[in-house]
Structure formats: structure tokens, C-alpha cells
Design a protein around this ligand. Sequence first.
Ligand code: FAD
Ligand code: DLZ
Ligand code: SF4
Length: 510
Amino acid sequence: MTILIPILGDQLSGNLSALNGADRDDTVILMMEVDAETTYVRHHKAKIAFILSAMRHHAEALRAAGWTVDYVKLDDPDNSGSFTGEVARAIERHAPDRIVATRPGEWRVLAAMQEWPDRFDVPVELREDSRFVCTHAEFDAWAEGRKQLRMEFFYREMRRKTGLLLDGNGKPEGGEWNYDSENRKPPPNEPLLIPQPKRFAPDAITQQVLDLVAGRFRNHPGSLDHFVFATTRDDALAQQTHFIQHALARFGDYQDAMLTGQPFLWHSILSPYLNCGLLDPLALCQAVEEAYRNGKVPLNATEGFIRQIIGWREYVRGIYWREGPDYAQRNALNATRPLPGFYYDGQTDMHCMRQAIGQTMDHAYAHHIQRLMITGNFALVAGIDPHAVHQWYLEVYADAYEWVELPNTLGMSQFADGGLLASKPYASSGNYINTMSDYCSHCRYDVKAKTGAKACPFNLLYWDFLDRNEDVLGKNQRLSMVYRNWAKRADKDKQAIRADAKRFLDSLTR
Ligand code: FAD
Ligand code: DLZ
Ligand code: SF4
């Protein structure tokens, strides 16, 4: 009796459901580096290197724990290039009686796996992915019959389910569910106090992968020169501990702040490890809560961090699977402009965009507010095709898998789902960026200028966006005050904004 267990690149967890009950003596684990996955979008070179190196290290860890691992490398001459092709070849090698797999994180891969029972003469069992707090059935039951889905109410359910930050009476710790009113301070003027994430020097396995990626994916975006990701569970845990000790205490305060030359600030840089399975989200939240209970970190930071994981992360996953594969095609604002080339090289006079894109190309990382209020905000107000925006985010971040990237990009950031995920578009003028960063003081544009050659492009495009989309957005209650302000503007001001915005947008295409 042989069981074949395929483990995908984002399933690098010791507690994977496919392994439940498996016996080391009659199991072959199959891990596959395949072209279909490395090229279905042009992933950042560092993202590919991170995933392949983490896969190779995980295979070593499984072997050390007594499992038999059949590992197919990308440059194996007989590599067929796809999961399905590699499972077919593995069936020839091992003649398994059964295949057991954990459901993948993407509709595209699920569709391929659902064909396996017809293609192979071997029974296939697909198990739920148990590494999340909320099951699909629980999310659907919560969402059923609600007029509006809002993360905050879902999050409270997850607090109750996990018991995180509840007092002895099952009430929220400190009396409130959410302490965001104490968070979101502008950046501090003390750069020397900013913690830096741990840096992990490439070992021999990572170095081999870096060489492979440098040669094979020359034409993919991004740099390998700054590669310092953890690629083992122990090192990912070391970054988890480092974050809790050095950055968590001020995570809440400076969650939305941005500073020139500081890509990481008080963020955890843990999403690549959570999403590929090296770290466990619930265990991370429990470690964070313990730091709070031991008096090491304040409640606003603890609650804010835990909300990102058991709130936002679980919520967007629920939306992704609930909305179905055609969610990716939505375009509620009919935005069609191509993505400007500077999204790949940062060559623009907008200092905020240059910073966010530059660090993305260097590190395959930007924090949430850079993704939402700089690169996302620009794409939204410039009317870029949301599918092109989705592709870009999926390519360039080391933590990007469709289940988490798509709802964040298409829903939260681009409002392309018409308000399912966000109650109003995350569009802003330069004023927000000026408040939350030091970017504007380094920019050739003037954040105070509303029109004219020096006017901040966000100022022009914000009003032009509202004007262009009044048919759809004018009905949104949360925008009624903004539209009243727009209506009060003199016609000649409106014309100047429209003309300057058009000139700017035309220059993007050129
Ligand atoms: P921290 O700021 O330290 O936050 C802690 C953790 O909370 C993160 O590691 C992450 O696991 C979780 N988290 C926080 N916000 C979110 C969120 N909105 N959705 C899901 N999890 C969240 N996150 C991804 O993991 N993968 C993506 O592909 C991705 N694409 C995004 C695209 C856009 C347009 C936007 C606006 C956000 C996206 N996010 C994505 C969410 C968020 O930006 C990242 O999770 C975060 O920046 C990761 O950095 P960190 O680990 O330092 O996070
Ligand atoms: C993202 C990615 C890349 C770049 N390469 C591989 C790979 O070669 N082999 C693999 O098993 N997984 C890879 N992945 C992650 C998969 O794309 C991911 O597992 C699926 O999209 C399902 O979420
Ligand atoms: Fe960005 Fe405008 Fe500020 Fe320049 S002035 S950094 S374009 S917000």
C-alpha cells in the first residue's frame, strides 16, 4: 500500500492536513518545482528564490523527520512543467494506491487538481486546509443572509472562536474590540530607533537557488541583491521572536507611517512565512498575546496586530473562496488604462511612488499602507485596468498568492468589486500621504498645489477620479460630503483640474 502526498510550495507546514494519519513507511511525499508555477505571472526573482529555497529546505526537514520525499527540481531534464504532469510521472515511479492532498490556495490550481480523479486511475482525496482559523463552511454561514459583509463583525467572531484577547468573562480585553483610535500616528522623527528585521545570509541551498533563478528568470522583475529571507521554519521563528521583542510594541502607533529609505519600520515582515506555511498564524497570535500578558507590549499594538491576522487575513480568504473564480474579472468602475512602465523601475518624479516601487523591486516587500495608499491609490485614481494591477501585485510581493492578493487588490484597493470588500474607495489626495510620511518634502511636486505644472498628481487625479466616476460613486453615502464639496467648486476650477489631470494621464501613456 503506497500513498502519494503532493505538497505544494505554499504548504510547507508540519501540520498539513494531507499528512494527518499518514504512515512514514508507506508514504511518498512529492514536491515539484514546475514552470507552470514559476511563470504563470512574471514573479519577482526574489519571490521565486524564496519559495524554491523554502521548498528545498522543507524537503530536507521532512527527510530528517523520517519521511520519503521525491523532489523534482526545476532543471531536472524530464520535468514536465506542471503539477499534473509531475503527478502523472510520480504515479509511474511509485504506483500509489491513493493520492491524498491538501486543497491549494488558488482556483486555478484547484481546477487542475479536481481533474486528477478522471486523469489518473488512482483515487484522489482532497482535504481541507486546516491552517486557517475559519473554515469555508463557517465563513459561508457567517456571511449568509447579511446585507453587507464587514470585517469588524467577522473579526469579533474569530476572537470568540480563538479566545484571543478575551477577559475572564469572555468580554474583549480592556473593554473594546478595537483600539485603532489609538493607532495610526504620523512617523516619528527619530530614525535611529527604527528596528530592522533579521537578515539571513544565504546558505548553500539558497545560493544554488539564487544562481538558478538569476540565470533562468533574467527577464522577471526585481533584484536578488538584497535577498535576506528566512527559508527554514527555525529562521522564520527567529524573525517572529525578533519582531515581538523589538517592533511589536510600536506596531500599532506607526502601522500607517511611511519614511524615506525605511522599507520596514515597525512591521513584522512575517507574511511570506505565514503564507507559505513556515509559520502558524494562530501560534503567532498566541505568542503576541503572551507578550501582552507579560506586560511587554501595550494593548493597542497587540489587538491591532492580532486583528490583521485573525481578522483581515481570514476575512479576505473567506471572500476569495466565496466569490468564486470570476471575482478576478470584475471591473465595477470600468477602468481600462494600461499599467505605466514605472511600476517596474520606479522611474517617476513622484517621490512616494519611487520609494514604494523602488523598495518593492529591491526587497519584494512593501507594507500595507504603501500598497494601499501609494501604489494602489495611484492605480485607482489614474483608472488603471484592475486586472493589470492585480497581476502586478501577484508578481512583485514575496507573500503574494491569489487567495490573499486578489481580494486586497481588486476589492480593497481598486474597488473593482463595487464595494463588496470596502465600503468606499481608498482614494486620497496628496494630503493623506503628506500627513503619514516625509515623502512630500523630497518631491519635485508641490503637495499643496491643486492645479498647475507643479501640482501633486494625487491632487489632480483624486478629484478627476471622483468626477469621472460620479455615476457609480455619487450614490455612495460615505462620499456624499465629498461630492457636495465638488459640486460647490467653481466651473473654472473644475475645468482646470480636468485639463491638468488629462495632461498628466496622457503623459503616462507616452
Ligand atoms: P504586518 O503589517 O506586520 O501585519 C501582520 C500580518 O497581518 C501580515 O503578515 C499579514 O499576514 C496580516 N495582514 C495584514 N493586513 C492584511 C490584509 N489586508 N490581508 C491579509 N493579511 C493581512 N498580504 C499578503 O499576505 N499577500 C498579498 O499578496 C497581499 N497583497 C496585498 C495587496 C494590496 C493592494 C494590499 C492593499 C494589501 C495586500 N496584502 C497582502 C496585505 C498586507 O499589505 C500585507 O499582508 C502586509 O503588508 C505584509 O507585511 P507584514 O508581514 O510586515 O505585515
Ligand atoms: C509561487 C510558486 C512558485 C513560484 N513556484 C512553485 C513551484 O515551483 N512549485 C510549487 O509547488 N509551488 C510553487 N509556487 C506556489 C504555488 O503557485 C502555490 O502552491 C499554488 O498557487 C497554490 O496556492
Ligand atoms: Fe507623492 Fe504628491 Fe507627495 Fe510627491 S507631493 S510625494 S507625488 S503625494
